[in-house]
Design a protein around this ligand. Sequence first.
Ligand code: DC
Length: 209
Amino acid sequence: MIIAVDGPTASGKGTIAKALAAHFGLPVLDTGLLYRAVGYQTQLDHGDPDNSADALAACDFPDDLLEDPALRYESTGSLASRVSVHPAVRAALLRRQVDFANQPGGAVLDGRDIGTVIAPHADAKLFVTASAEERARRRHAEMVGRGVDISFDAVLADVHARDARDTGRAEAPLMRAPDAKLLDNTDMDRDAALAAAIAFVEERRKGRG
Ligand code: DC
């Protein structure tokens, strides 16, 4: 069974993907991490993330970079969003994601274009979202909890900028696949969102017989 989980930044899609993988006993791939690695490697190489050739060269990042805690930084998320607009970068990362999705037994993948480009044949597709204000509120609380000194308005501005870039790019923009279940968790707590996601996938699985 292939499960596609897409959605904007800070929507909780990663948490939902991990919970689904644990519940259904499937491997999970956070595809955003691949784009984060390319963005970060571009910076390590002193390249320009807005330059397609520089970003493409960084697609050869070493595998152990995926373990680097710096990939989780907010600033790396912005770099990832910038390199992800280049069609050459998306093409370079495509095979790895498609192979992961199509492995025997299935998989869970989360990202922006899983249900539309990477695994349009997925058995269950979820589009996870929440209002920009709520996503910024959660991210701000999480950052302040880590000791980062940043204002709510700065986080909200970043959320808006990421949304605009991820939905506005020409190649594989963030969008809900027509057959994806919309899971807007603005007014839901974590447990309610996880329960709704699991119930939806269970239903899909039964439907497959
Ligand atoms: O999910 P994330 O915040 O780690 O993703 C970082 C950036 O990577 C996101 O802003 C856009 C890009 N991305 C993408 O273009 N396609 C994906 N499947 C996953 C992430």
